[in-house]
Design a protein around this ligand. Sequence first.
Ligand SMILES: *[C@@H]1O[C@H](CO)[C@@H](O)[C@H](O)[C@H]1NC(C)=O
Ligand SMILES: *[C@@H]1O[C@H](CO)[C@@H](O)[C@H](O)[C@H]1NC(C)=O
Ligand SMILES: *[C@@H]1O[C@H](CO)[C@@H](O)[C@H](O)[C@H]1NC(C)=O
Ligand SMILES: *[C@@H]1O[C@H](CO)[C@@H](O)[C@H](O)[C@H]1NC(C)=O
Ligand SMILES: *[C@@H]1O[C@H](CO)[C@@H](O)[C@H](O)[C@H]1NC(C)=O
Ligand SMILES: *[C@@H]1O[C@H](CO)[C@@H](O)[C@H](O)[C@H]1NC(C)=O
Ligand SMILES: *[C@@H]1O[C@H](CO)[C@@H](O)[C@H](O)[C@H]1NC(C)=O
Ligand SMILES: *[C@@H]1O[C@H](CO)[C@@H](O)[C@H](O)[C@H]1NC(C)=O
Ligand SMILES: *[C@@H]1O[C@H](CO)[C@@H](O)[C@H](O)[C@H]1NC(C)=O
Ligand SMILES: *[C@@H]1O[C@H](CO)[C@@H](O)[C@H](O)[C@H]1NC(C)=O
Length: 821
Amino acid sequence: MAMLTILLLSKLLSLFSKFAVATDTITQSEFLEDNTTLVSNNGTFELGFFTPGSSSSPNLYVGIWYKNIPIRTVVWVANRDNPIKDNSSKLSINTKGYLVLINQNNTVIWSTNTTTKASLVVAQLLDSGNLVLRDEKDTNPENYLWQSFDYPSDTFLPGMKLGWDLKKGLNRVLTAWKNWDDPSPGDFTLSILHTNNPEVVMWKGTTQYYGSGPWDGTVFSGSPSVSSDSNVNYAIVSNKDEFYITYSLIDKSLISRVVINQTKYVRQRLLWNIDSQMWRVSSELPTDFCDQYNTCGAFGICVIGQVPACKCLDGFKPKSPRNWTQMSWNQGCVHNQTWSCRKKGRDGFNKFNSVKAPDTRRSWVNASMTLDECKNKCWENCSCTAYANSDIKGGGSGCAIWFSDLLNIRLMPNAGQDLYIRLAVSETAQQNQDEKHSSKKKVVVIASTVSSVIAILLIFIFIYWSYKNKNKEIITGIEGKNNKSQQEDFELPLFDLASIAHATNNFSHDNKLGEGGFGPVYKGILPDGQEVAVKRLSRTSRQGLKEFKNEVMLCAELQHRNLVKVLGCCIQDDEKLLIYEYMANKSLDVFLFDSSQGKLLDWPKRFCIINGIARGLLYLHQDSRLRIIHRDLKASNVLLDNEMNPKISDFGLARMCGGDQIEGKTNRVVGTYGYMAPEYAFDGIFSIKSDVFSFGVLLLEIVSGKKNRLFYPNDYNNLIGHAWRLWKEGNPMQFIDTSLKDSYNLHEALRCIHIGLLCVQHHPNDRSNMASVVVSLSNENALPLPKNPSYLLNDIPTERESSSNTSFSVNDVTTSMLSGR
Ligand SMILES: *[C@@H]1O[C@H](CO)[C@@H](O)[C@H](O)[C@H]1NC(C)=O
Ligand SMILES: *[C@@H]1O[C@H](CO)[C@@H](O)[C@H](O)[C@H]1NC(C)=O
Ligand SMILES: *[C@@H]1O[C@H](CO)[C@@H](O)[C@H](O)[C@H]1NC(C)=O
Ligand SMILES: *[C@@H]1O[C@H](CO)[C@@H](O)[C@H](O)[C@H]1NC(C)=O
Ligand SMILES: *[C@@H]1O[C@H](CO)[C@@H](O)[C@H](O)[C@H]1NC(C)=O
Ligand SMILES: *[C@@H]1O[C@H](CO)[C@@H](O)[C@H](O)[C@H]1NC(C)=O
Ligand SMILES: *[C@@H]1O[C@H](CO)[C@@H](O)[C@H](O)[C@H]1NC(C)=O
Ligand SMILES: *[C@@H]1O[C@H](CO)[C@@H](O)[C@H](O)[C@H]1NC(C)=O
Ligand SMILES: *[C@@H]1O[C@H](CO)[C@@H](O)[C@H](O)[C@H]1NC(C)=O
Ligand SMILES: *[C@@H]1O[C@H](CO)[C@@H](O)[C@H](O)[C@H]1NC(C)=O
């Protein structure tokens, strides 16, 4: 018996000498193991066992990769969920005609499962990269019993079909690898929406992340750069059996693939560059902020380069103006005027040029209708909200109409298509109607006109008054304005001292979270179990009360997802307390400046944090009703919630500027060494540009993972000087935090350094403003070259220090000084 096995084995093994010469097929009597591979006929692809990522990993997978490319590029994996741990596993065809992967214990690791009556099944690796099972006796070699192209991994190869085989009920979807050394399915997928108005969509789990917009005959409405790629021919096939997208390469000698990557949450087309022997990204989606699915909500439109990026389509207004101004746009917009279906003067269509057409889930297409027929079709049905040509080739043809909410619209300058949106259009017809109304109505109209005139006058008076008082502490402005309605405006709950003392264990040392500029911060647990942070103003601080009141009033006014939320306050006896939401992950400095914690902040997280801080600061500077200058932005004032979302805290130093006032002068220099702009540190001049400076320092710290105060002997002794030198020497990559290793996107990181340097330029007028920072972070616009930064902070001349009575503490604690200027 044993003899027989050995004989059989040696017979089998002898077969393998043939394998070494490379074959593209295995039959039912052959198998593949760790040291043998299949190579497609013309040598383009290879199938075999591989170890992903770092070769030290114990996991083995069966996969397909390019044979002629020095960088192992795996395009398909069989046992994605189930790695093999031993190297004596075998891939073979069993008696049922399944392709199976079994380990040394004969346990099935992975298997195909198409039942067949074929007696002679072979597995063949084709030159397209498709691994197929065929019946050797079948005269039609394209009758596949099974094919790997039906079960894609993360890669879309030429000739592959993404979408539906309706007969088999098979939907071919791309699923990203979890990360570069783990091919198991991640939560990032790409699929085709099965409507008669096809659209490519990407998902993060069950949440839609991207929508391409409909196919407009030549390209996908929202991704012109992708589908107009001159190397690639896309086709959409839709019939009763099949519904899919596929592509071919025009120049067959090119090596090109589409892959989705969960590390970066992008879909990329990569092209092999023979000269550099590297993959080059030829297109990437999403491209920018506006590409994220439905950024602006229903009837909103996203415009890159505009701040804020979302606005309502003409004729629509924010559903929740309060949420909208806080840049929370997902509630979207509603008709601005009352709209009545099919009522003359109250219903019509407005043309919008160069837009990405809306999400196609609730849409309908008839390719043989004209635009006029299309308009009538839409007009007839009261739930129809828009129409357009379904094919824009040759001046346009066909009809696409949309029902109910229009989602995911963005402006596509020089691209996109014309969209006709239904709204109340005819202003004149409306006036006529108004005139027919009774005189009683007219009186109301006149009364309301008179009251608006009065309101406008009052506003002018207020603006004039605040202008006159602009050098006063703004807090008085609020008090004055609010005298009458103090109760209404002061919406913050007032907490009782005893309950806060109880919540914080009587301000015990164990509950202390840290020490801010104006006093310690404690963690507390309210009776209902809610965790809070309590800031206790130091009783000794002479100026404390003013800052405290300032902060409370400001925080009552300000709400933004990147600002820390104030839950209430307590003013009792000598105590002044602020109660904030508790941030599970403390503050940014805890992670950033610690070599082990720093590893937890990979590049995508850091980039999110940078964007969040930028938006929060932009809100303070520009979009909140009052213009706020923070004056003490730094890593320890950026708190992180449990999902590592950044929230700017500590408005104690912020000072409001009424109206158009963007600059002020103070005789109290308050801020933190290392983050202060020179004009503020030396001359007490603060402006939004001094905040921008602090932001720039913070940005450089986030990218480098180093404190600005660290000593760089050859670089003016600080991080800014260090960044500037590396930048000038054309070596900014060296500036990037080494613990980011491969997680960073080089392009994004370099852009951040560039933006950071633009923010720390010596002259305030040269520095960017936050609006352009936000745009530059999410966009590809050309950036100006930075001028010399301010790295003078460490060179404060000693005489100046004593004469101006300014001193800076050497640690990171906020310094507040009364200088005698
Ligand atoms: C499995 O690994 C061992 C030790 O590294 C090696 O000697 C053996 O040849 C490998 N077997 C195959 C099939 O590669
Ligand atoms: C593969 O490994 C087996 C077992 O280690 C060995 O007997 C065989 O000769 C190897 N084949 C090749 C082609 O290296
Ligand atoms: C095979 O079976 C043996 C004995 O049950 C076990 O120790 C070993 O871990 C198994 N190997 C694999 C790869 O499952
Ligand atoms: C074949 O495998 C697929 C995917 O694992 C599974 O959904 C399907 O039910 C299986 N079919 C049979 C006949 O086992
Ligand atoms: C191999 O075959 C594929 C598919 O037919 C073709 O696209 C490719 O150019 C061929 N490669 C070589 C090196 O002949
Ligand atoms: C995803 O992209 C990152 C950054 O470019 C890269 O390091 C990583 O290898 C990619 N992941 C996969 C699975 O290819
Ligand atoms: C809404 O309609 C009014 C009156 O027609 C117009 O003055 C106003 O500008 C519109 N608002 C928006 C946001 O379109
Ligand atoms: C505003 O946003 C909050 C939180 O997302 C939501 O609960 C609330 O319903 C929104 N308001 C309106 C009017 O939609
Ligand atoms: C599409 O439009 C044409 C022309 O108006 C019409 O004849 C045809 O019936 C329509 N098809 C459908 C499915 O509505
Ligand atoms: C309007 O269109 C919707 C969506 O296709 C459909 O359900 C509804 O029946 C249509 N209404 C009329 C009156 O045709």
